[in-house]
Design a protein around this ligand. Structure first.
Ligand code: TDX
Length: 334
């Protein structure tokens, strides 16, 4: 089997390749990746010497078509993914997430290639902090940020291509991922690397916003479950019952790293900051038999801290620029 992984040099995509190589030795993998700031192109050949990397933007319809044409399955991870960036510069999100996905589904349609489209729980908007409800596959789309609006748009394109053209596709909407190789702009690696560089942790606003955390390996194992057993045309939610507010995540990081529990600052809140995400993954668990098998949150977090401690050369080159960008946008409020 030949699979094409779009965005395979990024955080979730590269961990997907790791898991696939460990558990499915008979699969040939090709990666199509634009190699933008969040991709690790330099480290790719060392990490995956036998994987072919095509460095091209999905906006390039011809290259995308050629790569898709030679595949039995496309797993589409490629996306601009950081909400804060989308609030300052939305265009790359429209280009990657909407136009890029359009080129992928058109190529899959032309060559009748099976597609799995990776998406986010953010397409559903947010929930009140004290609302017992969680997102399900039938929750109405209500995205808040330019990022989540473009992911919602990409999901709608895939759904329409399934219905109108018989595209053989499944979609998954996953909750917040953490684990090794996540870019330091994101919440958990930012806080860990702040501690490692002697800076204080930074919480947007009150810090009471809730995210539903899942280890990246759990996410990727669920993606394989959907590819193997999912029903064409269906959307599956992926989540591991990991709801935590941001303050409690920071306090756990500080505790695991031997720091004082209040070693953080409240900084300027994110405009339109979604209050709470929570995923009900009952369909995935009961219909497809998936269950988390790698790590509970505390263990997964401790392993992730260890990884960032041991891999300073991977993240240090990004850190200064990321913190300079944040410093220009945020002020300490308490
Ligand atoms: O320094 C920070 N301080 C802080 O309090 C940062 C970077 C974030 N936050 C807050 C904002 C969110 O409430 O932490 C929470 C998580 O923030 P992000 O890591 O930026 O993730 P989020 O906005 O929740 O979106 C993530 O999960 C869904 C991914 O970035 C998306 O790509 C995915 O679809």
């Amino acid at each position: 089997m030949n699979i094409l992984v779009t965005g395979g040099a990024g955080f979730i995509g590269s961990n997907f390749i790791d898991l696939t190589r460990q558990e499915r030795g008979d699969i040939d993998i090709t990666v199509l990746d634009a190699g933008n700031y969040a991709a690790d192109i330099e480290g790719f050949a060392t990490r995956f010497p036998e994987v072919e990397l095509i460095r091209a933007d999905l906006a390039d319809a011809e290259v995308t078509d050629r790569a898709v044409c030679e595949s039995d399955l496309v797993v589409h991870f490629a996306a601009e993914s950081h909400n804060d960036n989308s609030l300052h510069s939305p265009w790359p999100f429209v280009q990657s997430n909407i136009i890029g996905t359009y080129n992928v589904i058109e190529a899959c349609r032309r060559h009748d290639v099976r597609l799995h489209h990776i998406s986010s729980d953010e397409v559903y908007g947010d929930l009140e902090i004290d609302d017992p409800a969680r997102f399900t596959e039938s929750t109405a789309y209500n995205p808040s940020s330019p990022y989540s609006a473009t992911k919602a748009g990409s999901d709608m394109l895939v759904r329409a291509w399934v219905r109108s053209f018989g595209l053989r596709a499944t979609i998954s909407n996953c909750s917040n991922n953490y684990g090794p190789y996540q870019h330091v702009e994101k919440f958990i690696p930012r806080q860990i690397t702040n501690v490692l560089t002697g800076a204080r942790c930074k919480l947007y606003g009150t810090g009471l916003n809730v995210r539903d955390w899942i280890h990246v390996d759990e996410h990727n194992a669920a993606v394989w479950t959907i590819i193997d057993k999912g029903e064409i045309g269906r959307t599956y939610l992926i989540g591991a019952d990991g709801e935590k507010n941001n303050i409690s995540v920071v306090r756990t990081i500080l505790e695991l790293m031997g720091r004082e529990p209040d070693d953080f600052d409240h900084v300027t809140d994110r405009p339109g900051h979604d209050l709470r995400y929570a995923v009900d993954a009952t369909a995935l668990r009961e219909e497809l038999g998936w269950a988390p098998r790698f790590a509970d949150f505390r263990t997964g977090l401790a392993d992730t801290i260890e990884w960032y401690r041991d891999n300073r050369s991977w993240w240090e080159p990004q850190k200064t620029a990321v913190e300079a960008t944040y410093a220009a946008r945020e002020e300490v409020i308490s």
